[in-house]
Ligand binder design. Sequence first.
Ligand code: NAD
Length: 496
Amino acid sequence: MAIDQTMSGGAGTEMTVLRMVIGGESVDAADGQTFEVVNPATGASIATAPQGGKVDVDKAVAAAQAAFEAPKGWSSWAAGKRGRTLAKLAALVKDHTEELAQLESRNTGKPITSARGEIVGVSLVFDYYAGAANKVFGQTIPVSKPGLDLTLREPIGVVGLIVPWNFPLLMASWKLGPALAAGNTCILKPASYSPMTALRLGELALEAGFPPGVVNVVTGPGGSAGAAIAAHPGIGKVAFTGETTTGQEIMRLASNNVKKISLELGGKSPNVVYADADLERFAAESPYSVFDNCGQDCCARSRILVERSAHDQVVELFAAATRKVVVGDPADDKTEVGTLVSSKQRDRVRDYIEIGLGEGANLVVGGEAPDDPALAGGAYLLPTVFDGVNNDMRIAKEEIFGPVVSIIPFDSEAEAIRLANATPYGLSGSVWSRDIGKALRTAKGIQAGVLSVNSNSSVHTEAPFGGYKMSGIGRELGMSAIELYTETKNIFIDLR
Ligand code: NAD
């Protein structure tokens, strides 16, 4: 098993020794190096993981190539059989919901109830792509020459999947599901903060019946293991979720062998609320659109753009709803917001709060750690609301990736759209109005890939997800994701 043994971590804690999954084997890094995995709610080390690098990536690529190319290898399996194997993995994930949720919560500081929801989401994503595997169709095309023209959708080969720490297993499933359904073999690299569930999934994939080498999991720093995946000539495609600057570096590295790339990057998403909206509902639901996962969500609605005539009422309602959000121990079922992923990330967010104050924004709620002494050892920060913000301030422009929202007034529909678009990002956003025409005009005017009206819902397993502008390239989820993991081959048959 990838999670190999337990040993004393001192002070009565238990340390797990993690191993990578390469070619169906549980392995250490080639040079034996490891790194510590920390529980951000306590600051305690909970595991060690292999610090993989280029040599380990080379091994994983060789295993994935062999699994892809073998005479009866993965790419030759009937699509329906690939789908049935994915369905088994979906069932195994569901059966292990509690175990995986506990690992995810302890590893990232997210509330256990959120972690359970995410693991159920992982199972649903695998189920969806289990059904998709034998629905990847080509076309017949009426070309002008006499004959038959048809297209085939073929797997790319070995694909590299690099994922972040905010939704570790869920982001992995968005990539693994379509990549495997389409017949590729995979090298998954989780973020260093959050390797636990990915390694466990590598094992569950073997149990589900994926042949050795089809699903490999390599852990290690982005700058070495991640970069080795992005640059590797034996990898045909890299799919990445993470920061925009890392995405830019991956594009550079991937240009090595002109890899296919898909990128899901940062965001600074607007939540546009008109005075004629159901303001009570907006205020009750919207704290979770920015403070959920402690604000570490690429879709976080971190800018509330409010029509000036409703400004004071919205600030009052939103602040009251924010004060009700339950911040606490991630292991407690009642907790709605746990910790940030690390004390380093918490310090970074605190710096932004200082920047906001220095820029003259008005702190309405939060801005500090909870005063409960039981939470003193963790990377906690209260949901924070700034009013009196203008769109030129750094807190309104930069992705904070923490529980901080900026409220910005506007005077007209045109100004709402202009402010919404005054960002290099374009991932998601919401529009609230009872005037459906105005709401739709605004949604159409916003340059972002994932919009919602009178709702903050961004993610639907069956629908495309991805960003405009510097928020990314390509669309994950739904059948769109299959395009990210297939090549199209055109064949003309002369019928004369
Ligand atoms: P990150 O960019 O620091 O790391 C993401 C992954 O890339 C990790 O596995 C990391 O080890 C690896 N990596 C780092 N440097 C690398 C390099 N030079 N070459 C190859 N790989 C490298 O991002 P993060 O801090 O883990 O995640 C937070 C970011 O992710 C935020 O910006 C957030 O908006 C974004 N995100 C976007 C989406 C989306 O769908 N658009 C979803 C979730 C998170």
